[in-house]
Design a protein. Structure first.
Lengths: 115, 117
């Protein structure tokens, strides 16, 4: 199946710094990528949808200035957590779809810990 | 609005038992997709199945089978002869089937399956 690579898998950062998470589709062109956040033992909550070459669409309650999403190419999307705080600590997962009638493939996830 | 309900929070079975994970969904769309994903302790989501709303045939893949019943808006997942390696959190998800753009997935809250020896 298609492979989506997410990097880094784990990151620890100091409060106030920014962290960038990359999501790459390795063997297909991802017209759309999604960023989810998962709290411990909870479901996945969609943060934003990004289409290549256009601005991301954020879900209600997600601060777009805090969670910057860039989808500059058909194989790469990045999520930058700006001025991270301990409450931003979470598991972030990206997914990519090649088109509307295809399954969404997920990256391995990034566990962010802000200290 | 779309909604996916997985009423079973946690299930514990002994190896070789069969287990069914329930999924009930709500959508106003006439065309949609249903998915099941497995999330092992490592965290990544493993795709298991995608089912088109027009295809109500049940599907079997090895020890896995899925029962899609549109009349009751359910898409249940059965693992036959469960194994310890099946221990994971299983998510049911729903997406619209719009043309032009890939639609987001709406996830259920997940069912944690624990298979013991």
């Amino acid at each position: 199946g298609a492979v989506v690579s997410q990097h880094p898998s784990r990151v620890i950062c100091k409060s106030g710094t920014s962290v960038k998470i990359e999501c790459r589709s390795l063997d297909f062109q991802a017209t759309t990528m999604f960023w989810y956040r998962q709290f411990p033992k909870k479901s996945l909550m969609l943060m934003a949808t990004s289409n290549e070459g256009s601005k991301a669409t954020y879900e209600q309650g997600v601060e777009k200035d805090k969670f910057l999403i860039n989808h500059a190419s058909l194989t790469l999307s990045t999520l930058t957590v700006t001025s991270a705080h301990p409450e931003d600590s979470s598991f972030y997962i990206c997914s990519a779809r090649g088109g509307p009638y295809t399954e969404a493939f997920f990256g391995q996830g990034t566990r962010l810990t802000v200290v | 609005a779309q909604k996916v309900t997985q009423a079973q929070t946690e299930i514990s079975v002994v190896e070789k038992e069969d287990v069914t994970l329930d999924c009930v969904y709500e959508t106003r769309d006439t065309t949609y997709y249903l998915f099941w994903y497995k999330q092992p302790p490592s965290g990544e989501l493993v795709f298991l199945i995608r089912r088109n709303s027009f295809d109500e045939q049940n599907e079997i893949s090895g020890r896995y089978s899925w029962n899609f019943q549109k009349s009751t808006s359910s898409f249940n997942f059965t693992i036959t002869a469960s194994q310890v390696v099946d221990s994971a959190v299983y998510f049911c998800a729903l997406s619209e089937a719009r043309t032009g753009t890939a639609s987001k997935l709406t996830f259920g809250t997940g069912t944690r399956l624990q298979v013991t020896l």
